[in-house]
Design a binder for this molecule. Structure first.
Ligand code: GLY
Ligand code: MN
Ligand code: MN
Length: 461
């Protein structure tokens, strides 16, 4: 299954002239060309125009990136670079190795999208190249097709090398300030992005219903966490492109391990399971939602206390969100509740007020992570932006981020009363800043203990 030199010992493609002549003749079109302008195109054009205005007299080069090898000639599913996606609107259909060039050296910016168009039947690529050949991975679009869909002038990638000899004053992802700016540009989402994020959230909420339905199977399986993970994954692949990050399916004490993605443990009836998952759409926008669910359908007294603490923290964070506040104030609001409640439980040696002083912070033992991160094309969106624009940045309408406080009592934490050990809870919602406050985009997924219990029951058949 390969023409790759290192594995050419596996190739059985005939080499005879007669075969070549025979296989390259009498082919119709594989499929009709689709030449309708995509909805994402006009938004991507506006983003490119903004970027061009910011960087006059430069050549900006933004690469989609290539396929990554898993082993030998087997590759991972392709996921184009985020900045490339933002500036082209191409998403999951992107042809690997494509390159966007925005040249602002002339009077009007020149935009060119270089790509490898579909190979003609006069080359052996279509039948003999397992990595990119039409017989192996399906047809690629033509230059005309992509130009019509994205509204960007296209050019064969073969021309990039000679064209690039004329490029100077280049900006690439290796130019720190340029990479930073591309991240900063993405803080405020446009109407298309908000609509995509709403869709990603809606599909993710459906994925959580699948998780609830899978619970009887999960509790009956030695690796029940995998049952949960794959129930969600089925939704992600059927309704979207992929998961936006590795699903966390953390049952019982695993919930205290913040990025538990091994998911190879059992799901015990009576425990809580923390599920942190998000569907990535074909546009590559992703949701990032966490719910902590009682596997028996009902919270115990201690589980409920921990759950309600986290809910209070989340609600306190929601209450401060509005344009004009600093991003880090969201965390301050949530963590103050966590400090108060762990002080009430008597597991920190000082009062909540004392603990909250910068020199103390005892309560952070039980929630070491932050409360919020921006969300969009990347689950941890805008990550290259400077601190002054991110943690210290001022909220504006159109920003989208998570609110995700948690409280984690490790099973071996000797400071914690025994009945609370091994309980971990996180509640994560996706939030849009509006003109006066915010909207919880994931509000349709139950958040209160009562609503979770009712939702769980409704999804058992
Ligand atoms: N799922 C990763 C996070 O919540 O940030
Ligand atoms: Mn998150
Ligand atoms: Mn998450």
């Amino acid at each position: 299954m390969s023409k790759n030199k290192s594995v050419s010992n596996r190739s059985r493609t005939p080499q005879s002239k007669r075969f070549m002549q025979f296989i390259s003749s009498d082919w119709g079109e594989a499929r009709p060309a689709k030449k309708t302008l995509w909805e994402s195109a006009k938004y991507a054009a506006a983003r490119r125009a903004k970027l061009a205005a910011k960087y006059p007299n430069r050549v900006m080069i933004v690469e989609a990136g290539g396929m990554k090898v898993r082993s030998n000639d087997t590759e991972y599913r392709f996921r184009p670079d985020t900045d490339f996606t933002y500036l082209t609107g191409w998403g999951s259909a992107t042809v690997p190795d494509s390159v966007l060039v925005i040249d602002t050296r002339g009077r009007t910016p020149k935009e060119t999208l270089y790509l490898r168009p579909t190979a003609g039947k006069n080359s052996d690529e279509f039948f003999a190249n397992p990595m990119i050949g039409e017989f192996w991975v399906g047809p690629r679009p033509s230059l005309e097709e992509v130009e019509a869909q994205l509204g960007i002038k296209t050019r064969d990638i073969k021309k990039l090398e000679s064209d690039s000899r004329k490029f100077d004053r280049k900006l690439t992802k290796n130019t720190g300030s340029f990479a930073q700016h591309l991240s900063t540009m993405r803080f405020v989402k446009d109407a298309y992005e908000v609509a995509q994020l709403r869709k990603a959230v809606a599909v993710t909420i459906d994925g959580f219903a699948e998780v609830a339905r899978a619970m009887p199977k999960a509790t009956g399986h030695a690796r029940g966490e995998r049952v949960v993970e794959t129930a969600f994954f089925a939704k992600a692949r059927t309704e979207g492109y992929d998961i936006g990050y590795e699903t966390i399916a953390a049952s019982g004490p695993h919930a205290c391990i913040l990025h538990w993605t091994k998911n190879d443990g059992p799901v015990k009836k009576g425990d809580l399971i923390l599920v942190d998952a998000g569907v990535e759409l074909d546009s590559l926008y992703t949701a990032d939602i966490t719910r902590t669910i009682p596997t028996s359908g009902k919270f115990s007294k201690e589980q409920r206390w921990v759950y309600e603490t986290v809910l209070l923290a989340a609600d306190a964070a929601f209450a401060v969100v509005k344009p004009g506040i600093r991003f880090r104030e969201i965390h301050d609001a949530a963590i103050a509740v966590i400090a108060r409640r762990v002080a009430e439980l008597g597991i920190i040696p000082v009062s909540a007020e004392e603990a909250l002083k910068a020199d103390n912070q005892h309560h952070r033992r039980y929630m070491v992570h932050g409360t919020s991160h921006h969300l969009g094309l990347d689950v941890h969106d805008c990550a290259k932006a400077r601190r002054e624009h991110y943690q210290d940045g001022i909220l504006e309408a159109g920003m989208v981020f998570t609110i995700e406080p948690g409280l984690y009592f490790h099973q071996n934490d000797l400071k914690v009363p025994k009945a609370y050990r091994g309980i971990g809870v996180r509640i994560e919602d996706n939030v849009l800043v509006t003109a006066k406050g915010c909207e919880n985009l994931s509000a349709k997924l139950p958040r209160t203990p009562e609503a979770i219990e009712a939702w769980f029951a409704a999804n058992q058949s």
